[in-house]
Design a binder for this molecule. Structure first.
Ligand SMILES: [Zn+2]
Length: 220
């Protein structure tokens, strides 16, 4: 599994051109097209569910060297969430900025229990995430001293600040506008940023990989 930009046309062109490398460590083979994964739909409306739905079928790819297949996940969503990364990210950002969960649920037109669930998971990610993302930012940034995260007033604020710093580093390194912090979080964690079991599994060590296969022009 690897994470790609949300623009299917860009993904298709890059895949056809051999632009994705096998994410399995030590392989380095080129991925070629290999069908599609199950179609899914995410709720992307910032004013409520049903306002804007995005449907997509993630591309499957197969490594021409080792033969392993991979799903190319767009940075649009977080695994196991019905709402898009943009919506969930906005909620986390607003709470980090000091708004109450009930107010945020009202603003985004989502059930309070759903918003609480997002924030609980963001709290889990916020314990280990900032250190991991900080290390990635230092690795990616052309000038590490300039990507120190800004001050954070809360646990989830620290998560947002560290991913924003990583987004800025990605933008500076590849000469593109800095992507959204939530897209970078989805990319770095293969869409599992808000999956508590993923953080518990210590799988985040996979993130030590150099990231050019998920970043660069067309990330968002
Ligand atoms: Zn391979």
């Amino acid at each position: 599994m690897l994470t790609v930009c949300a623009n299917g046309v860009v993904v298709e062109a890059r895949l056809a051109a051999g632009g994705y490398l096998c994410p399995d460590s030590g392989c380095g083979g080129v991925l070629g097209p290999w069908g599609w994964a199950r179609r899914r739909v995410v709720e992307d409306g910032l004013g409520g569910r049903g306002e804007r739905r995005v449907g997509f079928a993630p591309r499957r790819a197969r490594c021409r060297s080792c033969g392993v297949t991979h799903v190319l996940l767009p940075v649009l969503f977080f695994s196991r969430r019905a709402d898009s990364a943009r919506v969930v990210g906005r909620a986390v950002e607003l709470v980090a900025g000091g708004l109450g969960r009930r107010v945020v649920a009202g603003l985004l037109g989502r059930p309070l229990g759903t918003v609480r669930g997002w924030l609980r998971s963001a709290g889990v990610a916020a314990r280990a995430g900032p250190e991991v993302f900080g290390a990635m930012a230092a690795e990616v940034a052309p000038d590490a001293a300039r990507v120190a995260p800004g001050p954070a007033g809360s646990l989830v604020g620290g998560l947002v600040a560290s991913l924003s710093a990583l987004a800025a580093a990605v933008g500076a390194r590849w000469g593109v506008a800095a992507p959204g912090w939530e897209a970078v979080g989805a990319a770095a964690c293969r869409c599992r940023l808000l999956q508590a079991s993923w953080w518990a599994s210590k799988a985040q060590h996979e993130l030590a990989l150099p990231p050019p296969w998920w970043a660069g022009p067309g990330l968002v």
